[in-house]
Design a protein around this ligand. Structure first.
Ligand code: KIV
Length: 275
């Protein structure tokens, strides 16, 4: 008999307050990405706590090399598909590059659209010191904000590569300071991407808000992965921090080939599949 999988914790609707409580109670937060209604529903039913409509949609569903080109209209569209499928998970919409950096007014309008039209419950934005005033203004307006530090993919052209961040002590100090700044500005949580595990631990200890890691080691308050990566659906590249929980790309390929062979041989449809 197959071993029973642990059931999702019996929490009701996940809110930003619930996430903070989870950190206090050392209950790890489980987060994944979704861009459409079908996958969002699967994630929600499986008890995933946070569903992020990430700008990783650029790579996963748009076939692009970076996240830079994602637009507000595309994000609003995908957020709305996802949000309507999630009954329990907290749904967070990723603010696209340059939808929040030009001015605070711009940021308010962009974040407001994600809440009002995209129906998400919170927004995520990348960066530290330069975005703190914007975070404070959004929070003041009633918009929950999740920060994102470490490797911030919208700055890829500045970084020049997707290699790990926070290796040198100066950058480590800056990341810890930025995390504290985000907390002070009112962010309810932050994503910490591709940094050494020791830095992950330090950041998680430095703030009372949950730190959700992606390639930030095991000592943070929760983990997020791109769903297509962990299901083996996306294989253009595979960062070391991705654990594959399924090989759906391979399963889909063999199903498609079987269908093709059946149709070509006249083996589909059979009598039971015909009227
Ligand atoms: O866009 C995204 O999917 C993200 C996660 C990788 C954290 O920002």
């Amino acid at each position: 008999m197959a071993a029973a999988r642990p059931q999702p914790p019996p929490r009701t609707k996940i809110t930003t307050a619930a996430l903070r409580e989870m950190k206090q109670q050392r209950e790890r937060i489980v987060a994944l990405t979704a861009y459409d209604h079908l996958f969002a529903g699967l994630l929600d039913q499986a008890g995933i706590d946070v569903v992020l409509v990430g700008d990783s949609m650029a790579m996963v569903v748009q076939g692009r090399d970076t996240t830079v080109s994602v637009t507000m209209d595309q994000t609003v569209y995908h957020c709305e598909l996802v949000a309507r499928a999630c009954k329990r998970a907290l749904v967070v919409g990723d603010l696209p590059f340059l939808s929040y950096q030009v001015s605070t007014e711009d940021a308010l309008r962009s974040a407001g659209r994600l809440l009002k039209e995209g129906l998400v419950e919170a927004v995520k934005l990348e960066g530290g010191a330069p975005v703190l005033a914007t975070v404070a203004r959004l929070v003041e307006a009633g918009i929950p904000v999740m920060g994102h530090l470490g490797l911030t993919p919208q700055s890829i052209h500045q970084f020049g590569s997707y290699k790990a961040r926070g290796i040198d002590p100066a950058e480590q100090r800056r990341i810890v300071a930025d995390a504290k700044g985000l907390e002070q500005a009112g962010a309810f949580a932050l994503v910490l991407e591709k940094v050494p595990a020791a830095l992950g631990r330090k950041v998680a200890k430095a703030v009372t808000i949950p730190v959700i890691g992606i390639g930030a080691g095991p000592h943070v308050d929760g983990q997020i992965l791109v769903t297509a990566d962990m299901l083996g659906l996306f294989s253009k590249f595979r960062p070391r921090f991705v654990r594959r929980y399924a090989e759906l790309g391979k399963a889909i390929d063999s199903a498609l080939r079987a269908f093709g062979a059946d149709v070509r041989q006249g083996a589909f449809p059979g009598p039971d599949e015909s009227y």
